[in-house]
Write a protein that binds this ligand. Structure first.
Ligand SMILES: [Ca+2]
Length: 187
């Protein structure tokens, strides 16, 4: 009887041990990647048909519409950030504080229909001066495309912000662009 109890006890502990190990395996895998500094990066927590809460919405012309689309999303997700009617230009803007020498990787997904040039752009500011700019254009064939930029903040910078712009210019009335799964990660 005691032997049976002992076997049950060992079996119980073995199951608990496996369960604990299995909890740690995903944490070990995830720890290889730095956290995403963009909150609500898939726009799933936003209210559809309103501007995304965590971004500044910029529009260069009256009539541009910048709202969360509740029926379109990257990789089967339900929502994304949409821009339409940007006959001049428009953008979703997100800014973080950074330090000299730091390295960042920025990613986003975009799809567009109709006319217009969509891009993911980054700027940074040293004091009052915009000191750096680069862009990664998307192609406009209606499929989701990924844009990636890796950048190192200049060692000479003193007070610096890094600004991400999800940008579109030159749309016609029937054109639309969607952005989703935005990330800024420290490398
Ligand atoms: Ca999404």
């Amino acid at each position: 009887m005691n032997n049976i109890k002992t076997i049950h006890l060992i079996a119980k502990h073995a199951i608990f041990f496996v369960a604990v190990i299995s909890l740690f395996i995903p944490m070990v895998v995830l720890s290889a990647q730095q956290p995403n500094l963009v909150p609500n990066s898939s726009f799933e927590n936003d209210t559809a048909d309103l501007p995304p809460a965590d971004y500044i919405s910029y529009m260069g012309n009256i009539g541009a519409k910048l709202t969360v689309d509740g029926s379109v999303g990257y990789n089967g997700s339900l929502q994304s950030a949409k821009i339409s009617g940007a006959t001049v230009d428009a953008a979703y803007v997100y800014t973080i504080d950074v330090l000299p020498g730091e390295k960042y990787r920025l990613e986003s997904f975009c799809k567009q229909i109709g006319d217009g040039t969509a891009s993911m752009q980054i700027f940074w500011k040293t004091g009052d001066k915009w000191s750096f700019y680069t862009a990664m254009p998307y192609s406009g064939d209606g499929d989701w495309k990924k844009a990636v930029i890796e950048v190192t903040i200049p060692a000479a910078a003193i007070t610096t912000t890094l600004t991400l712009r999800l940008h579109i210019e030159g749309q016609t009335a029937s054109s639309a662009v969607w952005f989703d799964n935005v990330s800024i990660r420290k490398l």
